[in-house]
Design a protein around this ligand. Sequence first.
Ligand SMILES: [Zn+2]
Length: 266
Amino acid sequence: MNKAMASHTATIALNSQNVHYGHLILVNRLHPIRWQTDDSILLDRMRLIDGAHNNVMLENTCAKMLGKLLKACGAEQDIVPVSGFRSKAEQEKIYADSLQENGAEFTRQFVAYPNTSEHQTGLAIDVAEKQAEIDFICPSFPDHGVCQTFKQRASQYGFIKRYAKEKQQLTGISDEPWHFRYVGYPHAALMEKMGLCLEEYIEYLKQYEWSGAHLYADGQSIEIYYVKADERVTHIPVVSGATYDISGNNVDGFIVTVFHQERRDG
Ligand SMILES: [Zn+2]
């Protein structure tokens, strides 16, 4: 099987800077955002959605899939987006304001340091149960009703609850029931099934190199493998004729997701 597939292999050459882009980038204190561009260039890839306080901006696919998830949960009237994309300047202001208003300990637990916030990627969304008053930093997102349905279905739409109490040592952030990160399907579902946070999952995928065994999801219909980045240009083998996504991991390489069958979006 592998040999037969190898004969249909094409190679894509990517500038290794692309390690810092894509739906699977790991962003935390150890792996800050390393975009070479100004925030404004990102705006091309974003779209505006209605939010609790103001409009919320999200990366295109993330916005589209959030809309589908809310619809599937029948939650369009009951769950509201609170905070999505933030520029570096906005994250700096939120951090500084929180230090003043809430003190250092609270801020360290709940507010990411500028350039270590997933919100700067447009791939993170804070959601709240719709109420008259919604807290901007710690919105209420309970474990019952429509919020619970959202949590149960999120991974099918590519979202993970990013910060769990039991993973705090690895993520550096306290339990945040309201913060969801888009990583795409099937990655979110695999992470949930294996109980891995993004830090662990990125590490886990490294065993599935192109030259060895690959990871499969949905039977054999989705194939996943890892390609370590070379210094300047990385040659990424892909299966020609299939649909695939390539994402950097923001650490040291690329993750390729091959869709052997078109997936319906749920
Ligand atoms: Zn958040």
